[in-house]
Design a protein around this ligand. Structure first.
Ligand code: BES
Ligand code: MN
Ligand code: ZN
Length: 501
């Protein structure tokens, strides 16, 4: 629980007080000056001698030995003030929170104003702290019998500041919504395929929708068949688990107009189907619903923030399996839009389920579309593991997504999308489209295929195959799912201001 207070942090009796320290301040002011006094000038000495370092991301803990009510002071290095940035501040808070988790504390306090600089106001520091603290201390509960020691959760966090308590409370709350929405997305992605089937994802979405009073529509297999979503059904054909088309509507405006459609790939496990993946390529494919998780994480944030926007989230969910019933290369299928598709590769399944989801989002009135998907290995070859690939048919809309992504610190890079690319997905002897025009530029081909169903609606495609997971622990969380794009999508929605002519 977060408490915002204007009082003196040294008089509170928390187990530790977090204090930020910039390199080489001319002289200590505010809280740091008080602290120096409490320790009879020793703080200045410890900083001079390097026992307490102000280097970016260093953490030094000293015991107050009864000189103040707070038991320990945790000094967090902020580096040089001129190099400070909002994103770096989040990284600092994230890395510090991981150390704090290791200390098994049940409460803590933070001297917020010591983190303020020209690059981050009190509000921003509060938002950054709560978001990064929640993300940095995220853990996915494993399934080991002799599991982790029982977790000691920090029950109260007191934020001390001279700024307005109400304003800081609001900012910290917004940060916690962002952090929690991201962590929810992470958990969905980390869950193994046998524990998160399409029906589980549908149930999760329903519960989320009820909690935030969204309008919830979940199409079952019969309904999907009746509507003729042949592309989505083809992917599900080999599975013993039924598919679901999840729709959540959030209406923040009086009328259902200027609707933002968020579409997320929800493949709960991707074997590749008959175009089967090599054995090393299959491992990890429980994460193929990362786009769905990002959309659901964003919807959780939106449900908490309740911006004056209209959003429809559409998530097609199924696994991609093999059986006597499974779809095959050479099959020709008819999508919900009526466009026919020659299946050249059953492992290019994401674009098939998204095709019908995009069309369905348009049926629900989407005026703008953003799709998120772990779509191609090609995007990893092109951009590496830390950049989300983007494609767009609308400069202005892309700018908005890019702005949001850079503010939250999630890197996006745009790939080209030309008439030639469109021609390649349209080249089939037997159908309107083919789902796999070959390896060259295939991250672009994945997006271009989806673009055929978007048509003229302003649209941004985000390929998160590289960024949905991470191999090593990082400042804002552990190895595993990142929850990438949950925050970008939510901020994009919050700030959205394009008017359709
Ligand atoms: N789910 C995969 C993409 C993927 C790869 C996600 C690695 C995460 C990590 C997708 O369905 C797929 O198999 N894509 C193929 C497309 C190809 C057959 C055109 C790929 O990228 O190889
Ligand atoms: Mn695949
Ligand atoms: Zn896939």
């Amino acid at each position: 629980m977060l408490k915002i207070l204007n009082g003196n942090p040294f008089e509170s009796n928390e187990e530790c007080l977090i204090v930020g320290l910039f390199e080489k301040p001319e002289k200590f002011t505010g809280i740091l000056e008080q602290l120096d006094d409490i320790f009879d000038g020793e703080l200045t000495e410890l900083v001079k001698s390097g026992d307490i370092s102000a280097k970016y991301k260093s953490v030094n803990i000293i015991h107050s030995l009864g000189k103040s009510n707070v038991k320990r002071i945790v000094f967090v290095g902020l580096g040089k003030e001129k190099d400070a940035s909002y994103t770096k501040l989040k990284d600092v808070f994230g890395s510090a929170s991981k150390k704090l988790v290791g200390m098994r504390l049940s409460n803590l306090a933070i001297a917020l104003d010591t983190f303020v600089s020209e690059k981050a106001s009190e509000d921003e520091a509060a938002l950054a702290f709560s978001e990064a603290y929640i993300m940095g201390s995220y853990r996915f509960q494993d399934y080991k019998q002799k599991s982790n020691e029982p977790e000691i959760k920090i029950e109260t966090i007191k934020i001390f500041t001279n700024a307005s308590e109400d304003e800081i409370k609001l900012a910290a709350e917004v940060g916690s919504f962002y952090g929690e929405g991201t962590n929810s997305a992470r958990t969905l992605v980390n869950l193994p395929g046998n524990m998160l089937k399409a029906s589980d994802l549908a149930q999760y979405a329903k519960t989320l929708g009820e909690k935030h009073s969204f309008e919830v529509e979940i199409l079952n297999k019969d309904e999907i068949e009746k509507l003729g979503m042949g592309a989505f059904l083809a992917v599900n054909q080999g599975s013993s688990e039924p598919p679901y088309m999840i729709v959540l509507k959030y209406q923040g405006k009086d009328e259902w107009k200027d609707v933002i459609g968020l579409v997320g790939k929800g493949i709960t496990f991707d074997t590749g189907g008959y175009s089967i993946k090599p054995k090393d390529g299959i491992v990890g494919m429980k994460t193929d619903m990362g786009g769905a998780a990002a959309v659901l994480g964003a919807m959780e944030i939106i449900g908490n923030l309740r911006p004056k926007q209209n959003v429809v989230a559409v998530i097609p969910t199924t696994d991609n399996m093999i059986s006597g019933n499974a779809f095959k290369p050479d099959d020709v299928i008819t999508s919900f839009s009526g466009k026919t598709i020659e299946v050249l590769n059953t492992d290019a399944e994401g674009r098939l389920v998204l095709a019908d989801a995009i069309t369905y989002a348009k049926h629900h009135g989407a005026d703008y579309l953003v799709d998120v998907a772990t779509l191609t290995g090609g995007v990893i070859v092109a951009l590496g593991l830390d950049k989300t690939g983007a494609l767009t048919n609308d400069e202005a809309l892309f700018e908005k997504v890019l702005e949001a992504s850079s503010e939250v610190g999630e890197f996006i890079w745009r790939l080209p999308y030309t008439e030639k690319d469109k021609e390649r997905v349209r080249s089939s002897k037997v159908a309107d489209l083919n789902n796999s025009p070959g390896r060259e530029g295939h991250a672009i081909m994945g997006g271009a295929f989806i673009g055929e169903f978007v048509e003229d609606t302003p649209w941004v495609h985000l390929d998160i195959a590289g960024t949905a997971t991470i191999n090593a622990d990082h400042d804002l969380g552990p190895a595993g799912a990142t929850g990438v794009m949950a925050r970008t999508l939510a901020l994009f929605v919050e700030n959205f201001d394009l008017e359709k002519e």
